[in-house]
Design a protein around this ligand. Structure first.
Ligand SMILES: Nc1ncnc2c1ncn2[C@@H]1O[C@H](COP(=O)(O)OP(=O)(O)OP(=O)(O)O)[C@@H](O)[C@H]1O
Ligand SMILES: [Mg+2]
Length: 280
């Protein structure tokens, strides 16, 4: 890419101010995908343009949660079969969905050229978005390092069980020690008793402050709720269903805090997108 082209893209992207929100967690099955899909919809309710990127390899979590079927995935694009725009599908919920649809080995197998093409195309597409919400697999994945680098906000989901909390502490410590500097948020999910959930979250928050030097930007408690369970079964995200229920308001509060969060100027957006795909 020529220098002037790069500068042009950079300018557009900076003007776009697209923010990247990662939904992650140290363990499987804690609610990362449920959070991703519903947070994306909540952000859309603040009249934001949102792309939900299912970066969890091997399984189409977000397609199932939204009840949409995606005819093409990122893999088809990388094979040169279709344009990136053809892979990003609008949904009836007013957000767009991009499905990874591949294994880690698949991503690594693509050439530098195709990844480079992905960077400029991804930049063009996401610069039209206000937020890109990324649903990640459990733990830290090296092939997603670029996303961790580029993230403006990282939500870390845990359950209130002691093992999950320990795991979350270790996971957050790992991210902080590796120099990732987004705004961090803690989500304690599937809590049976809200007051106990709050106490648990407060304890973890203090331990993180004291031993990791981490100041969380927000803590959200999500009750274990049959509305959430059945929304997964009926493939209708609960945020789109009814303006009620503890999980709904918790997710809306989380979205509100992102929307109000100040835009933190770090390295340029163009550089961050390049890093996403390992060509930075
Ligand atoms: N607040 C909640 N109340 C009730 N059930 C919940 C809640 N959150 C999640 N679940 C249930 O837990 C299941 C797992 O959630 P989800 O798929 O979001 O986890 P995950 O962390 O993305 O898992 P994986 O690591 O496999 O990707 C959901 O299918 C849903 O049934
Ligand atoms: Mg998932």
């Amino acid at each position: 890419m020529r220098e002037d082209q790069a500068t042009g893209l950079k300018r557009t992207a900076i003007k776009g101010n697209t923010e990247i929100v990662l939904c992650s967690g140290g363990k499987g099955g804690v609610g990362k995908s449920v959070l991703s899909a519903n947070l994306a919809l909540a952000l859309a309710q603040f009249e934001k343009r949102v792309l939900l990127f299912d970066a969890d390899v091997g399984f189409a979590n977000d397609e199932l949660l939204l009840g949409v079927s995606v005819p093409r995935t990122l893999k088809d694009y990388l094979k040169g079969k279709v344009d990136l725009e053809d892979v990003i599908v609008p949904t009836r919920y007013g957000i767009w969905l991009l499905s990874g649809g591949m294994d880690v080995e698949d991503i690594l197998a693509f050439s530098f050229e195709s990844k480079h093409r992905l960077v400029s195309d991804f930049l063009r597409v996401v610069s039209k978005m206000d937020y890109v919400v990324v649903d990640t697999p459990a733990g830290f994945s090296e092939h997603l390092r670029g996303f961790f680098d580029a993230a403006d906000h990282i939500f870390v989901v845990t359950t209130p069980e002691a093992t999950s909390l320990m795991n979350t502490y270790t996971y957050l410590k790992y991210l902080v020690l590796n120099g990732f500097e987004p705004e961090y948020y803690l989500v304690v999910n599937m809590v049976r008793n809200i007051e106990e959930g709050k106490k648990t979250a407060e304890r973890l928050k203090q331990v993180l402050q004291r031993f990791v030097g981490l100041e969380l930007s927000g803590v959200y408690i999500l009750r274990y709720d049959n509305v959430v369970k059945s929304s997964v079964i009926t493939q209708k995200p609960f945020v789109s269903e009814k303006v009620s229920g503890q999980p709904y308001f918790a997710i809306m509060r989380a979205a509100a805090s992102i929307v109000k969060a100040e835009y933190k100027e770090r390295i340029s957006f163009f550089e961050r997108v390049k890093r996403l795909f390992g060509v930075g």
